[in-house]
Design a protein around this ligand. Structure first.
Ligand code: ASP
Length: 437
């Protein structure tokens, strides 16, 4: 059994957190490769080291002195070193990083130093080798990860190291410059390392005990999700439920490696397992999770005998394509077709798009309904269970929520419902109570 473990910023924000991380790693010898984030917030008023580094970058650009902000960064690490009683200093690194920032280092280089320093420090504390991501995570000329080259290098490096610590979040471009993933990208590094070494499990340690069935800001004390498939996760994260960086799914998913979301502050909790194929198809709640997002506009196009007009759908969609507007959903009736898009994508072109559609398909009517919200009711258990739709709609009716659109995914993995934005929370609560209580 081989595990790759990634610890997020809050898991490595202080000496106290470092101790918890060390306990977790030492309690299981299978936890062999560790990926570290930069120190995150210690409390809600705190600043993340990555944000402080990016502040330094901006201050330098304004030709001001970075020293006060850089001192804050230094003291974060120095405090951890002191509180862990380590005989170790990062002073040489601090000096060279500060000089680099003052001499116009790129923002990617600057942002990446939080992970670099933290992984180095964690490696010393755990007494394990430090492997710099600069030496093994490769991007190509187009700035895209070169997975093949990266995997080859990581697996050859790790053939000589039974245990190692890596900094997350960055790698190197062909010209030798540092390049980062987007924010939160240490999750991606963890996933890449797990795929490269063919891990049995990718543990992603954070500050929540896994995913919850619904947003805790909407539903009080929602149930945790024990097991979720990659496909279900994709449906929920599309609707805004987020537990890790979206791009982090792909490397492990391709390699069929499960992800276990765990809580550093509650290591006994089993967390959420994200798997390719669930152990059983029947979730006791039938529904795995519910998520929703606001900011949707529906464009209803109506035309009698539309069903027999070849190319109707293509013409409607090509108008959107001309304005670079992607569609989110496409429910259709016999003489109607609705295109759901985000408010943001269509905002500037509403008038022009409607006019072009009139020209393109000569419809009987076009209506634009703005400020809708989409809700996804997701569950692999739905396929074999009767009455899920009926229960969902009854719950919504009882909560006085008017349904503006329904779309059941072809996989029967989800039911998508559009409601008015103002009804979103009430709708989620009603569906949750119907299935989870
Ligand atoms: N430290 C980086 C960030 O704050 C990357 C990460 O934590 O995953 O975005």
């Amino acid at each position: 059994m081989l595990k790759v473990v990634k610890f997020g910023g809050s898991s490595l924000a202080s000496a106290g957190q470092f101790k918890k991380v060390a306990d977790i790693i030492k309690s299981d010898p299978n936890r062999r490769y560790v990926v570290a984030s930069a120190p995150g917030k210690r409390n809600s008023h705190d600043e993340k080291v990555t944000d402080l580094l990016l502040q330094c970058f901006r201050i330098r650009k304004e030709r001001r002195d970075i020293t006060p902000t850089f001192e804050k960064i230094k003291s974060r690490y120095q405090e951890i070193i002191r509180d862990l009683d380590l005989d170790f200093s990062l002073d040489a690194d601090f000096d060279s990083i500060k000089t680099a920032i003052e001499h116009h280092a790129s923002s990617d280089y600057v942002a990446s130093r939080g992970e670099y320093l933290n992984a180095k420090l964690l490696a010393v504390y755990l007494d394990l080798p430090f492997i710099d991501a600069e030496d093994c995570v490769f991007f190509n000329e187009r700035g895209v990860l070169d997975m093949e080259k990266t995997c080859r290098r990581i697996s050859s490096l790790l053939s000589i190291h039974e245990y190692a610590v890596f900094p997350g979040f960055y790698g190197v471009s062909p010209d030798g410059s540092i390049k980062t993933f987007s924010r939160g990208g240490s999750d991606i590094t963890g996933s890449i390392v797990a795929a490269a070494v063919g891990a049995d499990l990718y543990e992603n340690w954070t500050d929540v005990s896994g995913m919850l069935m619904a947003d805790p800001r909407i539903v009080e004390n929602p149930r945790p999700i024990e097991e979720i498939t990659y496909r279900e996760l994709r449906e929920l994260s599309y609707m805004g439920a987020s537990v890790m960086h979206e791009e982090a799914i792909f490397p492990v998913r391709k390699a069929l490696i499960p992800i276990n979301i765990r809580n550093t502050n509650d290591p006994a909790a089993p967390g959420t397992m994200i798997v390719n194929k669930a152990k059983s198809n029947s979730v006791d709640t039938v529904i795995t999770g519910i998520a929703g997002k606001k900011g949707i506009t529906a464009l209803h196009v109506e035309k009698e005998m539309m069903n027999s007009e070849v190319g109707f759908g293509r013409k409607v969609l090509s108008v959107l394509e001309n304005y670079n507007v992607p569609f989110e959903h496409l429910p259709s009736g016999i003489d109607t077709m609705s295109v759901l898009v985000t408010n943001k994508s269509i905002e500037e072109f509403k008038g022009a798009i409607t006019a072009d559609m009139v020209k393109a398909v000569n419809p009987d009517s076009i209506t634009l309904v703005e400020n809708l919200a989409l809700i996804a009711v997701v569950g692999r258990g739905m396929v074999n269970t009767e009455g899920v739709a009926a229960r969902t709609f009854t719950a919504l009716a009882e909560a006085n929520v008017n349904i503006r659109m329904i779309d059941q995914g072809s996989s029967e993995l989800n039911i998508i419902i559009a409601v008015e934005e103002k009804n979103l929370n009430r709708a989620i609560e009603a569906i949750y109570n119907e299935f989870a209580q």
